[in-house]
Design a protein around this ligand. Structure first.
Ligand code: AMP
Length: 377
């Protein structure tokens, strides 16, 4: 796109979960309309978008209507059928490019791509039966993480081996669903970090400070910024994200997850071709959030500042934890975001909150208004 999308134009968003909801809200603040394609009638994005097309992602008629009302299309999750995105891209611009979606959907293709771009990953082997698993485990010293190549998220479809025996391997392929798998070496990392970065169509790129992430039961629990890493490691992470963005001719926001090894070296775990849960803190601690950044990129607007005005900790609210909302709102330095989901099932992401902490100055509380103002030291 050479020209920026004019206010009043419509950004089509494939997927109507919380990420779609927050993207639609950011688009509205920049004067854009949104249309959301999402089968679930009660999806979080439905109530904040002008048009919700409730249909399966591969429904031809729905895709036609979606394309006809949109000026540009983006997506909020990586399990959208690539064929649907490609058919949309024949009619109008789709960002990030379908190639990024394709690479991110298959853990094997993703690792091959990352290595070819010069970004290190865990050692890996394609596994399509028990014998291949046994051979790969023998190569990795009996230790590894077995993952489904496709449709895995939040640690689903994974099995960890620490000292695999023949018995343990028997029947494993069938047990994992008889689908293509990949075995990764079990990495003894010191911490996990992620970088949220963005690229515009003109090739300009920005990145936010890396966040340090803690997972519970495979689901992101907490992101802390800054991460406890050296400036060199932070710079290496940013550079790796930029390498990935350039190699893909990317437009939009990407989330790249890394393992930090004891010597400070980085191993890329995976990337998400979309806004990312570990970047939610940016809405509270930066002038331009990852959501606005993504909308800017896909709309052909200049990328925004990624400067942080506070340190912070973002925590997800899962299931019944949503009940903490009122107490959290009583705290002066907390920004709360709920997704408006009707049913608080265990483990379901219901919202998140970001607690701001002093940067290099102090958070000053205005005794009159109870609100926080920031002062640099
Ligand atoms: P993933 O679905 O690939 O993001 O994996 C979920 C979580 O499992 C990661 O955040 C890590 O904590 C852990 N994990 C995944 N792959 C590996 C690996 N190769 N070695 C050690 N831990 C891993």
């Amino acid at each position: 796109m050479t020209k920026a999308l004019a206010p009043g134009a419509t950004i089509g968003i494939v997927g109507g979960g919380q990420l779609g909801r927050m993207l639609a809200m950011a688009a509205a603040r920049l004067g854009y309309h949104t249309a959301v394609l999402e089968p679930d009638r009660n999806c979080p994005a439905a109530e904040v978008t002008g048009l919700h097309i409730s249909a399966p992602f591969d429904n031809g008629k729905a895709l036609e209507r979606f394309a006809s009302v949109s000026d540009v299309v983006t997506y909020e999750f990586e399990n959208v059928p690539v064929s649907a995105v490609r058919s949309l891209n024949e009619q109008l611009p789709v960002y990030p490019p379908p190639e990024a979606l394709e690479a991110a959907q298959d853990r094997l293709a993703e690792k091959i791509f990352l290595n070819s771009a010069g970004v290190s990953t865990a050692p890996f082997a394609s596994v399509d039966n028990d014998e291949e698993l046994a051979r790969a485990l023998a190569r990795f010293g009996g230790r590894g993480v077995l993952k489904t190549r496709r449709m895995g998220y939040d640690g689903k479809g994974q099995r960890v081996f620490r000292s695999a025996t023949r018995e343990e391997v028997k029947g494993c392929f069938a047990h994992m669903g008889g689908v293509p798998l990949v075995l990764e070496g079990l990495m003894a990392f010191e911490r996990e970090i992620s970088v949220i970065a963005a690229r515009a169509a003109d090739g300009s790129m920005v990145a936010y400070d890396p966040a340090e992430n803690v997972h519970r039961d495979g689901i992101l629990f907490r992101s802390t910024v800054p991460a406890a890493i050296s400036p060199t490691t932070a710079e290496t992470a940013r550079e790796a994200a930029f390498t990935i963005l350039s190699a893909l001719g990317y437009v939009g926001v990407i989330g790249v997850e890394f393992f930090v090894m004891a010597n400070g070296t980085l191993i890329a775990n995976e990337f998400a071709p979309r806004v990312h849960n570990s970047g939610h803190w940016t809405e509270a601690a930066c002038l331009v959030s990852q959501f606005e950044q993504h909308i800017r990129a896909v709309a052909g607007l200049p990328l925004g500042s990624t400067t942080r005005h506070a340190d912070c900790v973002m925590t997800n609210l899962l299931g019944a934890e949503q009940e903490q909302a009122t107490a959290l709102l009583a705290e002066p330095d907390v920004m709360l975001h709920l997704y408006g989901k009707a049913e608080a099932r265990p483990g379901r992401k219901m919202g998140h909150y970001t607690r701001l902490l002093p940067l290099d100055g102090e958070l000053r509380h205005n005794p009159a208004g109870g609100s926080a103002s920031l002062q640099k030291g």
